[in-house]
Each structure stands twice: as structure tokens, then as C-alpha cells.
Ligand binder design. Structure first.
Ligand SMILES: C[S@@+](CC[C@H](N)C(=O)[O-])C[C@H]1O[C@@H](n2cnc3c(N)ncnc32)[C@H](O)[C@@H]1O
Length: 495
């Protein structure tokens, strides 16, 4: 499997809009979707991803699906008559023979019955069976959609590795933290494996937000020496351990007792000001917190793990390439993202850059922008965090010092005269059209070439997206916008 081609060409298939992530799509997919309406994964972006992955395989390699429910299997093979496949499933979630027979029938309809060896057994039995018959056939792409248990998934990976081609990919549906941990541990314990893509494949179907895939690359030719000297250098490792712990603390993954105040269940309205304080939040799916989809009641940031990882990626790149300038966030709430910026500077012993922390510290201003006006975020007291509280949050991490500077007030008043000379990173998180535009107008001209701009709400707030598009159009900014998760995007300034 040419996973390098796969990983190099995959981004060119991605669109920046959320509703249609990979394009173009095979014309066969609507027919497959209609035929297999029952499938639990019914997402055309995944169908296209599999089609593309199989296109990167060598003809003598095998495609493998474990706990497949048909739709993904057919999408993977329908355009590749040269590729044979294993499909193993106990069909336990459906608990019926009927479905097995039905799948056989569907494979015939799509002329795939001769290409697929269908095994009516669970993953472990199937993989042990391959071992017992001493199978010489090698798997180029494996799609795993099984179970919630750490042990089962880790064991499946261990059994599977024996049958992987020299270069292969394993695509896993991440159904729980345990599955993610098993993937992580597998990668940590196999130096010839690495995480290629962590992806929330959106679709126009309703519950898309909760679907997550990880793609792990397997390459027996990876030079172990290079990995030993580059990745596991102990100094590097301790920086990453510190930053990893910071992220867990800032997101309150430690106690994980947050409620989601965005979907508040109860609140109090101040009769005089009309402001609302949400007093009781709602339960939420853990995945939602990781992609910044909640307002946590305790965590110091609401941006989620994907966007914290992105922040770290951008800053580490800036430091590695000596891109000149300070770091700024406009719209800091409890301060979490800016605390993390300061932590990264500390981890790398950087003393000549400042973290600028810009906010009203009183919440959002009223807006008149047509697409924002009905959100009424300016009324939410829970979004108004005082300067003293944010400073105290910095102190709790031991990070309040002269390398952190605060710009208190509305962006339109503070940003034009802020004593900021040059910036290497601009993170805009003020939600509204005007708040985003104030950041762009006043800060983008100060952003160094090679620096990064991150827009937190591009996919979540229409006004924010409009501001970015208006500004880019007016200034002929053509750098590619890269999606981080359903809401956040960024680009690197190249001109
Ligand atoms: C979504 S929160 C920011 C979340 C934060 N980045 C984090 O890490 O959790 C939005 C923040 O933007 C601030 N804000 C929005 N528009 C503003 C403006 N025009 N001037 C000053 N502050 C603004 C609000 O006070 C609020 O703290």
C-alpha cells in the first residue's frame, strides 16, 4: 500500500467546507447508500476515503474489513475489481443470520461476491484463523469498526500486524476513549507505526458530529535509528509530557466533572440588564468536549483538544523556523488558550516573546450583524470573565509573569493602538463578525510571513466566517484554509 501517496494526495481531496469534506465522490455511492440503508456508518466522505485508500494498494494485497456492515466494504471495492478482500464479522450487533445472507446477496448485486471472502466470525477468531492457516496474503488496508474494549482492540491490532503488508494503513472507528488509548499504545509500542490522520468526517446526515476515525500507518522500512534519536530524545519528551499534562488540566479532563453551559437547563435573568446567568448545564458526549463543542462549567478553555493540539503545532513550527513575533489571542474567556501559549514558551525556554491576552473581560458586545444578531451571546454572563479571574488562572499554573500582557477593552478600541509590533501567531476567538474583523484589520498586517492565523469559530458562527471571507477577498489572501475540527480553521501566511 502506497501510504505516502495516500497521505500526500488526501489533503487535495478535502474541501474546506464542512458539509462536503472529500470530493469528487464516486457516482456509485448514492446507489450503495440506498441499497444498504441499515448501515451504522452511512457517510459518503468515509466511502470516498476508502475508495481512495484501496486505489493506493498493490493488486496482490488484500483489503480487510472487520465488523463491517456492508456499506463501507462495497464502497471500498466497487471501483477496484482487481482487489480481493476479507470481511469478518460476527454480526453480533445485529444478532441475525439474516443480515449475513443479505450481505451475500448485496455483494452479488454489485458483482463483488467473487472478490470477497466473507467470514462469519468475530475479529479475534478470524485473525487467529489466519494465523492457524499460516496465511501468506498481506493486508494493505484494514478497516476496523469493532467494539469498545481496550483489550479487544489492542489484541486485534497485535494479531493483525502479522498480516500487514510492508506498508499498510489501519483505519479505526474511534468509538470510545479506550479504543483511542489502544491505538495510542499500539503506536507507542511499535516504532514502525504512526498516526497519519485523526479525523471527524462530517456528512449531511444528522449525527455526524460524533463520528471519528484514526488512520495509522504501518511501515516496516522506517528507520528505527531516526525515530530513536529524534522523537524519543529525553529533553523533547519531557517538554511534550509537560504540555500534554497542561492540555489535560486546561480542559479539566482531570476531574471531568463539567456540565455543558451552552445547552443550559436553568438560568437566571437579571430584570434590569436582561443578562442571563446559566446556573445548570447539560450532560454531553465526551467527544463533544474534545472538539470544543461545549461551554464547560469548570475547564479553563472551551476550545477542545483538537484546537489545543493545533495551537501547539503552530507555535512549535514558529519556534523551529524562527518566525519573528509575539503571540496573541483576541477573545480569551477564562484564559485557557493563552495560558497554554505561555506554557509552550516556557517549555522551550523562550524569553523574548510575549503572549498578548485581549478581551473586554466583560463578555461580548451587542451586535447588529444580520447572521449573528439572533445568537444573543452578549446577554450571557457566563461568557463574561473578569481580568482578575483570568490573571488568577494564569497564576494557578505558575505562568503569570511579565511575558504575559493584557489588553482590556473592546477590540475596536484596544487593538488599533496596542503596542504590538510583530506577531508570529494570531488566534481570533471573538465569535462575532465585528470582533473577527477588528482582529483581522488590526493584526493581520503585523503577522510575519511564515506565521499562523487561527480562526476559532469559522465553522460555528456565520458572521465569523463572513468576516474572514470578506477580509481575504479584499486583501487577495489566497493561502489555503485548513480545517482543524468542525469549528476551527487556520492558515499560514505565505505572502
Ligand atoms: C468564545 S470566548 C473565547 C474562548 C477562549 N478562547 C477559550 O480558550 O476558551 C469569546 C470571548 O471573546 C470576548 N469578546 C468577543 N468579542 C469581543 C470584542 N469585540 N471585544 C472584546 N472582547 C470580545 C468575550 O469577552 C469572550 O471572552
Amino acid at each position: 500500500m502506497d501510504y505516502q501517496k495516500f497521505s500526500q494526495e488526501l489533503p487535495t481531496l478535502f474541501n474546506r467546507r464542512q458539509d462536503d469534506l472529500i470530493s469528487p465522490k464516486s457516482s456509485q455511492f448514492p446507489q450503495i447508500k440506498d441499497r444498504i440503508a441499515k448501515a451504522s456508518i452511512n457517510n459518503t466522505n468515509i466511502m470516498q476515503l476508502l475508495d481512495f485508500a484501496v486505489g493506493c494498494m498493490n493488486n496482490e494485497e488484500i483489503y480487510c474489513e472487520i465488523d463491517s456492515l456492508g456499506l463501507t466494504l462495497i464502497s471500498a471495492l466497487v471501483n477496484h475489481p482487481e482487489i480481493n478482500a476479507y470481511c469478518a464479522s460476527s454480526f453480533s450487533s445485529l444478532n441475525n443470520e439474516e443480515y449475513y445472507e443479505e450481505l451475500l446477496k448485496t455483494l452479488k448485486e454489485f458483482n463483488l461476491d467473487n472478490q470477497v471472502m466473507l467470514c462469519h466470525e468475530d475479529a479475534k477468531t478470524f485473525l487467529r484463523g489466519l494465523h492457524d492457516i499460516n496465511s501468506k496474503e498481506k493486508i494493505g488496508v484494514c478497516f476496523l469498526n469493532c467494539g469498545n474494549s481496550y483489550r479487544d482492540h489492542f489484541l486485534n491490532l497485535l494479531l493483525l500486524k502479522e498480516f500487514l503488508a510492508d506498508q499498510a494503513i489501519i483505519i479505526t472507528v474511534i468509538t470510545s476513549k479506550d479504543i483511542e488509548q489502544a491505538n495510542q499504545d499500539f503506536i507507542a509500542s511499535h516504532k514502525n507505526s504512526s498516526l497519519l490522520l485523526d479525523w471527524y468526517p462530517l456528512d449531511d446526515s444528522s449525527d455526524y458530529l460524533f463520528l471519528r476515525l484514526q488512520i495509522v500507518a504501518w511501515d516496516i522500512n522506517i528507520d528505527q535509528e531516526v525515530i530513536d534519536t529524534n522523537i524519543y530524545k529525553s529533553d523533547e519528551n519531557s517538554k511534550h509530557l509537560y504540555l500534554d499534562l497542561m492540555k489535560r488540566c486546561l480542559m479539566n479532563l482531570i476531574y471531568d466533572n463539567d456540565q455543558d453551559m451552552m445547552r443550559g437547563k436553568q438560568g437566571i435573568i437579571d430584570e434590569e440588564t436582561g443578562k442571563i446567568t446559566i446556573t445548570e448545564g447539560a450532560e454531553y458526549a465526551p467527544e463533544l468536549k474534545l472538539i470544543g463543542g461545549i461551554w464547560p462549567s469548570f475547564a479553563h478553555t472551551m476550545i477542545g483538544l483538537k484546537r489545543l493540539d493545533n495551537l501547539q503545532f503552530c507555535i512549535e513550527d514558529i519556534l523551529a523556523k524562527n518566525v519573528e513575533g509575539d503571540l496573541i489571542e483576541t477573545g480569551v474567556w477564562r484564559g485557557g488558550a493563552t495560558i497554554f501559549m505561555r506554557a509552550i514558551l516556557k517549555a522551550y525556554s523562550i524569553t523574548d516573546r510575549v503572549v498578548w491576552v485581549a478581551d473586554s473581560f466583560e463578555g461580548l458586545p451587542p451586535t447588529e450583524y444580520k447572521d449573528d444578531v439572533n445568537m444573543h451571546l452578549e446577554k450571557i454572563e457566563n461568557l463574561a470573565i473578569s481580568l482578575e479571574t483570568v490573571q488568577s488562572n494564569f497564576s494557578k499554573y505558575g505562568l503569570l509573569d511579565p511575558q504575559v500582557k493584557f489588553l482590556k477593552g473592546w477590540f475596536k478600541d484596544t487593538l488599533p493602538t496596542a503596542p504590538v509590533e510583530k506577531l508570529a501567531l494570531v488566534r481570533l476567538d471573538g465569535d462575532w463578525y465585528e470582533s473577527t474583523m477588528d482582529g483581522l484589520v488590526n493584526l493581520y498586517p503585523k503577522l510575519s510571513i511564515g506565521g499562523y492565523i487561527i480562526i476559532d469559530d469559522y465553522g460555528a458562527v456565520k458572521g465569523c466566517r463572513d468576516a474572514v471571507e470578506d477580509y481575504r477577498k479584499e486583501h487577495n489572501i489566497t493561502e489555503k484554509i485548513i480545517q482543524i475540527d468542525p469549528a476551527g480553521v487556520y492558515w499560514q501566511r505565505l505572502k
